[in-house]
Design a protein around this ligand. Structure first.
Ligand SMILES: Cc1cc2nc3c(=O)[nH]c(=O)nc-3n(C[C@H](O)[C@H](O)[C@H](O)COP(=O)(O)OP(=O)(O)OC[C@H]3O[C@@H](n4cnc5c(N)ncnc54)[C@H](O)[C@@H]3O)c2cc1C
Length: 424
């Protein structure tokens, strides 16, 4: 097969890239391949689907805010239902944690990010299940847990359903005449010479090397440009051609709880119009919670970092001990309603960690564009990143994001990177 652009990977990044490439180049043949049988079945499906504009790096926040604006447009002004719920984010913090983060929250406030704070009394009134004072609990003291002193709520935050989002992006792409081939795996990138001499062994070191497509499980697909959007698996395609994806995979486990004893917490009133618990970050307990009202459940993500090794897996699984023998001990101190409640479901996915600045990467070499490294934030930036990929393809200096704001393409490249580290 021959096409103009081959996109490898139908996660949110590949889908969004394919859509914008086709939108801006309607005459080009844009082919998207995916080794699995449907869109968004890789890390995208494992995600919590959270979005937030609580990001301190200007570029990072811009990528997220434009995507959030686009999600809101899709949800309210089109026939697509991405199940966007603006339930907000809530950070529950002890005195010293807040002390450390206070300057960051102040910076966010100055940047116009909508925030609201709650003192202990207000939190206790809104979340009766929350223990804010350990009242001489020696175990909690021994564990070094801090009583909750303050809650900081991010208002332009919430979650979407990642399956619906993937299907929406797929429909937009197909609607423009894009082609998708599922159950089609790219085995390796085809590296050729810029000016081919048809000699065995090309490209030689004295020739310009160009990516010319990929060998796939359905045969060779030749393309003028190949976009690698294969998530954490991108390194398998990029390492052999000497291109560094600058990211490493790290597993994160999610657990689902559905129990009558958790209903009051799930349907916490007073933080949002939906009358559910915001996406709640409890950094001292090493977990966050998300209300999934459609199924009456609470999702719990375990946020361990050190101690959780890097490493690529094809089918990562959640280990029950990550919850039961680990996060549980602190969680029940803050939220005793979890006592004795077992998860009804669990899964794990891998996040593509950019260890340097935690901000996504869009970088190219002749014939190739790579997009990835969203460091656990890819859902909330996917629409903007698709636009950056399309601008990179067109050789433009800037990409116009949804809503009209612009970002310099080279700012999130590797070679000419110019972003502030993400400190939040
Ligand atoms: C537990 C967890 C929670 C998360 N929570 C959030 C959150 O709340 N908010 C947020 O914004 N982000 C979150 N993330 C991160 C988010 O899921 C990712 O940033 C995002 O899904 C990355 O999208 P992607 O398209 O790059 O990767 P993927 O979705 O993994 O897509 C890559 C695709 O490429 C395919 N592929 C791989 N190799 C090949 C090949 N050789 N040939 C063909 N196809 C191939 C894969 O099958 C896959 O479908 C979370 C991640 C995890 C693991």
């Amino acid at each position: 097969m021959i096409c103009d652009v081959l996109v490898i990977g139908a996660g949110v990044m590949g889908l969004s890239s394919a859509y914008h490439l086709k939108r801006l180049n309607p005459g080009k043949r844009v082919v998207l391949i995916e080794r699995l049988g449907a869109p968004g079945q890789g890390s995208t499906a494992k995600s919590a689907g959270g979005y937030r504009n609580l990001l301190l790096s200007g570029t990072n926040r811009l990528l997220a805010e434009a995507t959030i604006e686009w999600l809101r447009h899709i949800q309210t002004e089109t026939e697509h239902d991405v199940k966007m719920h603006n339930t907000s984010y809530l950070y529950l913090l002890g005195e010293s944690q807040y002390g450390r983060r206070k300057p960051l929250f102040e910076e966010l406030g100055k940047a116009g990010v909508g925030l609201k704070t709650y003192d202990t009394g207000e939190l206790k009134a809104l979340i009766p299940d929350l223990v804010t004072d350990f009242g001489g609990d020696e175990e909690a003291e021994m564990m070094g847990l801090e009583p909750i002193e303050i809650g900081v709520q991010g208002l332009n935050c919430g979650s979407v359903d990642t399956d619906s989002l993937s299907r929406c992006l797929e429909a937009l792409f197909l609607g423009l005449g894009g082609e998708v081939h599922y159950n089609t795996s790219a085995d390796r990138l085809i590296l050729g010479a810029e000016k081919e001499l048809d000699l065995p062994g090309e490209p030689f070191v004295w020739q310009g090397a160009v990516v010319k497509g990929a060998e796939t499980s359905r045969g060779e697909i030749r393309a003028e440009t190949t976009v690698v959007a294969a998530g954490v698996w991108s390194e398998r395609l990029l390492d052999p051609v000497g291109f560094d994806s600058m990211t490493r995979p790290k597993k994160r486990c999610m657990f689902v709880f559905k129990d009558p004893g958790l209903e009051r917490l799930l349907y916490t009133k007073g933080f949002n119009e939906e009358g559910v618990l915001p996406v709640t970050q409890m950094s001292d307990a090493g977990v966050y919670l998300k209300a999934e009202a459609s199924e009456g459940s609470l999702w719990l993500g375990v946020t361990e970092d050190l101690g959780r090794g890097y490493g690529l897996e094809d089918d990562p699984q959640a280990e029950m001990e990550t919850y039961a023998d680990n996060a549980y001990h602190a969680l029940v101190k803050y939220l005793p309603c979890f006592e004795g409640v077992r998860p009804v479901n669990s899964w794990a996915g891998q996040r593509a960690i950019n260890r340097f600045d935690k901000i996504p990467v869009v970088e190219g070499m002749p014939g190739l564009i790579y997009v990835g490294g969203a460091t656990g934030n890819g859902i909330m930036k996917c629409e903007s990143l698709g636009r950056v990929v399309a601008a990179h393809y067109a050789g433009e200096e800037e990409a116009e994001l949804y809503g009209g704001r612009r970002v310099r393409v080279s700012d999130i490249s590797v070679k000419d990177r110019r972003v502030e580290k993400e400190r939040f």
